[in-house]
Design a protein around this ligand. Structure first.
Ligand code: ZN
Length: 300
């Protein structure tokens, strides 16, 4: 194409021709810009990762009426390099919060992560794992009878929601229960926020115990959990009252309460019939969620 900087530059006709050429050039340029913009738009659209709608095991029934999770569904996006980097951050892994951080990144639906029921969280974790790395999960399992361990490959699509008394779930997430001893209590199903508090408290006790060399970690674990679950005892909601009640609770009461929670608590049923190749025993175990769940390439 002529640039116009030739000898005939000043001729009127040529000038007209030049103008035409310039106009043409400009319109082509504009077109190119437009086309570029279009391509860019297409490209950025390609980079919007597909999302997936997950049905929560709770069906949203334990959340307040106006809560974003009340619909019983949650939207998550597929894992990308950014999220994989969270998993590879040694700092986060050490703190044991890498998976929480990962889930927070993957969840598209906006709400306070602490509100999430633990059973719902497990369902999201499972879906995110299958989306990112597929259904096959290979990890080591320890036989509860002989303590030998062996490599197992689980098909994660095999695990379904637990059957719970859905009609009993309510938006206040508060449930009445009469203990075998006759004491009236109200309890709740634990959320992510509760679990964090429990873990913080357990860490605190373990540090104390390490210093004083007292070995009652198992006992503390149970009473701390019970204290978090119970929200009212004989119409009393005082935290200290509940704490001392939980610590003195009889095994019979505690067992009955845990059984009741199991009947109500929605989630994924991760039980699995495990057959030990060492001792030949079959046992019903819970699929261990180990480092290989989100780090499938880690050494088994
Ligand atoms: Zn065994």
């Amino acid at each position: 194409m002529k640039t116009g900087f030739d000898d005939d530059y000043n001729s009127l006709n040529k000038k007209d021709e030049l103008n035409n050429q310039i106009n043409e050039l400009q319109s082509t340029k504009q077109k190119t810009v437009l086309e570029n913009a279009k391509t860019k738009k297409n490209l950025s659209q390609e980079f919007i990762y597909p999302t997936e709608i997950i049905t929560l095991p709770s069906k949203g029934l334990v959340y307040p009426e106006d809560h974003p999770l009340r619909s019983g569904q949650i939207e998550i996006k597929q894992m990308t390099t950014k999220e994989e980097e969270i998993l590879s951050s040694p700092n986060l892994v050490q703190k044991g919060i890498a998976i929480d951080k990962l889930l927070q990144e993957l969840i598209v639906t906006e709400f306070d992560f602490g509100d999430l029921l633990l059973g719902d969280k497990n369902a999201i974790m499972l879906a995110a794992r299958i989306l990112a790395y597929g259904k096959d999960y290979e990890t080591r399992v320890t036989c509860p009878v002989c303590n030998e361990n062996q490599v197992e490959i689980f098909d994660l699509l095999m695990f379904d929601e637990k059957e719970v008394e859905e009609s009993q779930l309510n938006s206040k997430n508060e449930y009445e229960f009469i203990l075998p001893s006759g004491i009236n209590i109200k309890f709740k199903l634990l959320t992510q926020r509760d679990e964090r508090q429990i873990e913080d408290e357990l860490r605190f006790y373990k540090q104390l115990q390490a210093k004083s060399k007292v070995k009652d970690a198992v006992q503390k674990d149970l009473s701390i959990r019970l204290k978090s679950v119970i929200i009212e005892v004989n119409d009393n909601r005082d935290k200290n009252y509940i704490k001392s009640f939980a610590e003195k609770m009889s095994s019979r009461d505690s067992l009955a309460l845990r059984k009741r929670i199991k009947e109500l608590n929605p989630g994924i049923d991760l039980t699995y019939a495990f057959e030990c190749i060492s001792c030949g025993t079959q046992s019903l175990i819970n699929v261990p969620i180990t480092v290989h769940f989100f780090w499938p390439d880690a050494r088994v």
